[in-house]
Design a protein around this ligand. Structure first.
Ligand code: ATP
Ligand code: MG
Length: 870
C-alpha cells in the first residue's frame, strides 16, 4: 500500500466516525512560550485539553508534522543510527474533546489496524498502565477489560509509568495510555525469543506504532493529581512506521516515503546505500534531515543564531557534516534533494511546492557558509595539532574551536584520530558542562500554580473596540526567573490588552482599583489561548473590580505601524511582483520590520515607488473594514492573503484597507490617514532570498525629519549659509581632492630633496656609510627613504628619528652585507636605543623601528648609535 493511501485511509476511517479532518498545524509554534516545535499531534490542541476553548467539533482527526529535536522529546542523536526514529515525522491522530473515551478509542484502533489495513493480529501487542504507588494509582483495568475483547491476554502487557503514563509537562492534563506494538521479525527469529520480551526494549523490529492516551487527570504544581471533569482521547500513530509495516519492509527508510530521496542521494554522492554501515548512517541522516529543514523553512522558520532558528541550523549542519565526512561532499548538495521531496510530498503538504525555490536557496546558502566554516576550522585545527606536544589535544582548545568557530566536535575527534592523536574528551565535556551551567543559571524559572479567584474559564478580548474596561481578576500566579526577577501573571474576565502575536508587541498599561492603588502591566502575552498580563507586583485588593487601562499612545503608534505593514506588503507585491511573500514581521511602537522573499537588493527607484505607493494609500484616507469571526473560505474568496505557517482557528478575522486584505488578529488604525506618513529607513538581506525593510510612521517620521533638518541647518551653517549647500559641498570636496593631490606631490619632491641632501651627509666610518639624523617625515616616508638609499649604497647604516605630537620614532636600516659580516642587528639596536625615548620596538635584523613618548631623548639616541660601529 502506497504511503498516500495509508494516509488517506486513516483520515477517511475517522471521517466516517464523525470526525472533522483538519490540516496539519504548522510545526513551528508562534504563541506558545513553553514549546518551540510541535512534537506530538496533540500540541496544537493544547488549549482544548486545558479547557481554554472549545473546538467546533469535539471529534477531530489529522496528520500532524512533528519535530523531536529539543526539550522533552529529543530523538536527534538516534536519527540515522536506528531505522525508526526521525526528527520530522507525521503523527496520525484522532481526538475526542470530552466526547468518546476508552471504549471507542480502543475498538476503533483495533478495527482500523486489523480490518482496514489488514494487519495480521498475531504480530500485534498492546500495553496497559500497571499503576503507580507514588501517584496512588491502580492499574488501568478499564483499558485491560476493553482490550480483552480483541486481544488474547498473553499479548496484553503491563507497562510502567515511564512508558504508559502520559503527561503534557510538569503540570497539566495527563493520564494512562495503551500502546500498540508490532513484531515484524521473521518466524525464525520469533521462535528464538518471544515478541512480548522485546516490547519497549528498543528492538528495531519490535516497535511501538500507536499510542492511545486517556486523559483523565490534571497534575498540579505540587505534583498531586486531580480527576478531570471532562475526559479526553489523544492518540498518535507514527505514519512512517505504519508504512513500514504495511509495505512489508524492515526499516522506515525502505518505505516509499524515503526511497526516492535516498536514490537521489546515491546519484549525487555516487555511493550506494546498503554497502557500508557508515555511509548508510550518513545517507539516512541526510534523507531525514532534509525533510525537517525543508518543512521548517516552509513554515516560515529560517535557520538562524537563536531559538528555533538555531535548532534548525544545527539539524542542517549535522546533515552537512555527515555528507562532508562520509560521502565526501565538499560542495553544497542537500538543496538538490528538495526537488524530489516537494514532488513526493507536495500534494499532502502544498507549502513544500509553493516555497520550493526559497527552501532550495536558503539551504544552499547555509551549506555554502557552513562548508566555509569547516574549511576555516580545518586550518585552525591544523595549527592546534602542530602546537600540540604529546599525543593528546586539550579539551579547552577543542572547546574553543567548537564554541567560537562552530566546528563540530565529532569532526575534531575524527581528524585527530586520523592523525594519530587523541582528544581530551573529559576536558572538553567539562568545558561544555561549565557553559551549560552558565546558561542554565541564566534561564532558570519557576512557575507557581494558578490561584483561582473566579472559576470562570471564559475570557473576552475587547481590545479592538476599547482601551479601558472594568475587569475582574479571575486567576493569578507567580513566576520567578533570573532574568526578570519576580513577576505576577494575571488573567481577567475581559481585557482590552492586546497580547503579543502576529508580530505585534503586547500592550502595556495599568490596573487601578477604587482606592487609587495602581499596578503597572508591563507586557501582555497569550499562552494556550489565554491572555496573560504581566505585573511586577500583585494588586492589593485582588477580588475587587479594577479599571484596566491600555497605554493609548504606545498602542496608537503600534497600530500605525501595523497598518503600514499591510500597505507595505501590498506595495512590495505591486512594485516587485507576486513572488513577494511575507516571511516575518515585527510591529513595535517605534518602528516596523518586514521580511519578505525577493532575490535582489531593491534599487533606489523601487524603494521610492514602494514608499510612494504606501503614502498614496495614506493620503487616500482608506477606512478600516474589518470582518471578525468569518469562515476561512469566505475570507479567501474575498481575496485575503493566507500565509503558510500560520495556525488559524475555525474562523478568522479579515482586515481590509482599500485593496489590501489580510487575515490578521492585530490592532489597526481606523483610517490610513491616521498614519500621517510612511518612511523606509533601511533595506538589506537577512538570508538567501530574504530581504528586510525597516520603516517608521507617524511621530517617528516627524522626529526623523526634525533630526535630519537640524543636521541640515547645522551643515548649511558650516557652509556659510550657502544658498546651494549641495553645490557648495561638492566644490569643497573637489577642492579637498585637489589639495590632497598637491600635498602628495609636494611630499614626493620634499623626499627627493632630502635624499639628495642626505647622500652628501653620509659619513664613512670603518668602511661603513653611516648617518644618524632627525628628519621631518612620517614613519612611512622614512621607511621609503631608507629602502631607496639602501638600493643605491652598499654597507649602509642609517638611524633616522622623527617626532610628532609628543611621540618619538626611531628607524634603523642596516645593509644585509653588514648584518651578515659584522653581526649587526637593527632589531636589537632599536630595542636598546628605545630606552632613551622611553619606549620600545623591534623588527628584523636589517630594518626595525621603535616608538616612545619622549622626543627629548632623540638626540641622545642619535649620539649613542655610533657606539655600535666604533
Ligand atoms: P518511542 O519509544 O519509539 O520513541 P514514543 O514513546 O516516544 O516512541 P509517542 O510519544 O507515544 O512515542 O508518540 C506516538 C507515536 O509516534 C509512536 O507510537 C511512534 O509510532 C511515533 N513516533 C514517536 N517518535 C517518533 C520518531 N522520532 N520518529 C518517528 N515516529 C515516531
Ligand atoms: Mg520517543
Amino acid at each position: 500500500m502506497k504511503s498516500q493511501e495509508v494516509r488517506s485511509k486513516f483520515l477517511n476511517f475517522f471521517k466516517d466516525k464523525a470526525h472533522s479532518i483538519v490540516p496539519s498545524a504548522p510545526m513551528v509554534l508562534k504563541d506558545d512560550p513553553t514549546l518551540m516545535f510541535v512534537n506530538s499531534g496533540m500540541a496544537p490542541f493544547k488549549e482544548y485539553f486545558l479547557g481554554n476553548g472549545q473546538p467546533k467539533n469535539s471529534r477531530i482527526a489529522d496528520t500532524q508534522k512533528c519535530l523531536r529535536v529539543s526539550g522533552k522529546h529529543n530523538d536527534l542523536e538516534e536519527v540515522g543510527y536506528d531505522t525508526y526514529h526521525h526528527t520530522l515525522f507525521e503523527m496520525l491522530g484522532n481526538w475526542s474533546f470530552g466526547d468518546y473515551f476508552k471504549k471507542e478509542a480502543i475498538a476503533w484502533a483495533w478495527e482500523l489496524l486489523t480490518e482496514v489495513y489488514g494487519i495480521d493480529k498475531d504480530i500485534l501487542y498492546v500495553t496497559v498502565f500497571e499503576g503507580n504507588e507514588d501517584d496512588q494509582l491502580a492499574m488501568d483495568s478499564e483499558a485491560f477489560e476493553l482490550w480483552k475483547q480483541f486481544v488474547p491476554e498473553d499479548r496484553i502487557l503491563m507497562g510502567n509509568k515511564k512508558d504508559n503514563f502520559w503527561e503534557m509537562g510538569d503540570q497539566g492534563p495527563c493520564g494512562p495510555c495503551s500502546e500498540i506494538h508490532v513484531d515484524i521479525r521473521s518466524a525464525e527469529e520469533k521462535a528464538k525469543v518471544p515478541g512480548k520480551d522485546l516490547v519497549n526494549k528498543d528492538h528495531p523490529q519490535v516497535v511501538e506504532i500507536w499510542n492511545l492516551v486517556f486523559m483523565q487527570y490534571n497534575r498540579k504544581a505540587n505534583g498531586s493529581l486531580e480527576v478531570l471533569p471532562n475526559k479526553h482521547i489523544d492518540t498518535g500513530m507514527g505514519f512512517e512506521r505504519l508504512c513500514m509495516v504495511l509495505q512489508g519492509v524492515q526499516s522506515n527508510y525502505d518505505t516509499d516515503v524515503f526511497t526516492p530521496i535516498i536514490r537521489e542521494i546515491e546519484t549525487i554522492a555516487q555511493s550506494n546505500y546498503r554497502k557500508n554501515e557508515k555511509v548508510d548512517v550518513a545517507i539516512r541522516v541526510i534523507a531525514d534531515h532534509v525533510r525537517a529543514v525543508a518543512f521548517s523553512i516552509a513554515d516560515g522558520q529560517l535557520p538562524s543564531n537563536t531559538g528555533a532558528g538555531y535548532v534548525i541550523r544545527r539539524i542542517l549542519r549535522r546533515a552537512i557534516r555527515y555528507g562532508f565526512t562520509f560521502l565526501d561532499q565538499k560542495q553544497p548538495f542537500i538543496y538538490r534533494l528538495v526537488d524530489v521531496l516537494s514532488e513526493k510530498m507536495g500534494t499532502a503538504f502544498p507549502e513544500l511546492k509553493s516555497q520550493k525555490h526559497l527552501i532550495e536557496n536558503v539551504i544552499k546558502e547555509e551549506e555554502a557558509s557552513f562548508l566555509r566554516t569547516l574549511d576555516q576550522g580545518l586550518i585552525i585545527l591544523d595549527g592546534i595539532v602542530k602546537s600540540t606536544k604529546g599525543t593528546m589535544v586539550s579539551g579547552e582548545k577543542a572547546f574553543e574551536l567548537y564554541d567560537t568557530y562552530g566546528f563540530p566536535i565529532d569532526l575534531t575527534a575524527l581528524i585527530l584520530h586520523e592523525k594519530g592523536l587523541s582528544l581530551d574528551e573529559k576536558g572538553f565535556n567539562e568545558e561544555l558542562q561549565k557553559q551549560k551551567n552558565r546558561s542554565r543559571a541564566a534561564s532558570e524559572m519557576s512557575t507557581g500554580d494558578w490561584t483561582v479567584l473566579i472559576d470562570d474559564a471564559d475570557q473576552e478580548f475587547i481590545g479592538y473596540d476599547a482601551l479601558e474596561a472594568n475587569v475582574k481578576i479571575t486567576r493569578y500566579r507567580k513566576v520567578t526567573s533570573k532574568k526578570d526577577g519576580e513577576m505576577y501573571q494575571l488573567v481577567f474576565n475581559l481585557t482590552p490588552f492586546y497580547p503579543e502575536g502576529g508580530g505585534q508587541v503586547g500592550d502595556k498599561g495599568y490596573l487601578e482599583d477604587v482606592h487609587g492603588d495602581v499596578v503597572y502591566i508591563v507586557d501582555t502575552k497569550k499562552e494556550n489561548n489565554v491572555i496573560i498580563h504581566f505585573a511586577k507586583s500583585l494588586p492589593e485588593h485582588l477580588t475587587e473590580s479594577h479599571k484596566a487601562v491600555v497605554d493609548a499612545k504606545q498602542r496608537y503608534r503600534t497600530e500605525c505601524n501595523h497598518t503600514a505593514t499591510h500597505l507595505l506588503h501590498q506595495a512590495l507585491r505591486e512594485v516587485l511582483g507576486d513572488h513577494v511573500e511575507q516571511k516575518g514581521s515585527a510591529v513595535h511602537s517605534k518602528y516596523l520590520r518586514f521580511d519578505f522573499s525577493h532575490f535582489s537588493k531593491l534599487t533606489v527607484e523601487e524603494l521610492r515607488d514602494v514608499e510612494n505607493f504606501v503614502n498614496a494609500r495614506i493620503d487616500g484616507k482608506l477606512p478600516l473594514i474589518e470582518k471578525r469571526n468569518i469562515p476561512m473560505d469566505e475570507a479567501l474568496n474575498e481575496g485575503a492573503m493566507a500565509l503558510f505557517g500560520e495556525k488559524y482557528g475555525d474562523t478568522v478575522r479579515a482586515v481590509r484597507f482599500g485593496k489590501s486584505i489580510e487575515l490578521c488578529g492585530g490592532t489597526h488604525v481606523k483610517n490610513t490617514a491616521d498614519i500621517w506618513h510612511f518612511k523606509i529607513v533601511s533595506e538589506g538581506a537577512v538570508a538567501a532570498g530574504i530581504r528586510r525593510i525597516e520603516a517608521i510612521t507617524n511621530d517617528a517620521v516627524k522626529d526623523f525629519y526634525v533630526e535630519n533638518n537640524r543636521q541640515f541647518f547645522e551643515m548649511k551653517d558650516l557652509l556659510n549659509n550657502s544658498k546651494e549647500p549641495v553645490k557648495a559641498l561638492q566644490s569643497l570636496q573637489e577642492e579637498n581632492a585637489n589639495l590632497k593631490k598637491q600635498i602628495e606631490s609636494l611630499l614626493k619632491d620634499k623626499a627627493k630633496n632630502i635624499k639628495g641632501d642626505l647622500k652628501a651627509e653620509l659619513q664613512d666610518i670603518n668602511g661603513i656609510k653611516f648617518l644618524a639624523k632627525e628628519l621631518d617625515l612620517d614613519a612611512s616616508g622614512i621607511k621609503d627613504l631608507c629602502f631607496e638609499l639602501g638600493s643605491q649604497f652598499d654597507n649602509l647604516f642609517l638611524l633616522f628619528a622623527a617626532s610628532s605630537d609628543g611621540k618619538a620614532l626611531l628607524s634603523c636600516y642596516i645593509s644585509k652585507e653588514l648584518v651578515e659580516s659584522k653581526g649587526l642587528n637593527a632589531g636589537q639596536i632599536v630595542r636598546d636605543l628605545g630606552k632613551y625615548i622611553q619606549g620600545g620596538g623591534g623588527g628584523q635584523a636589517f630594518f626595525a623601528t621603535a616608538g616612545g613618548k619622549n622626543p627629548d631623548g632623540i638626540q641622545e639616541a642619535l649620539d649613542k648609535v655610533k657606539d655600535y660601529i666604533a
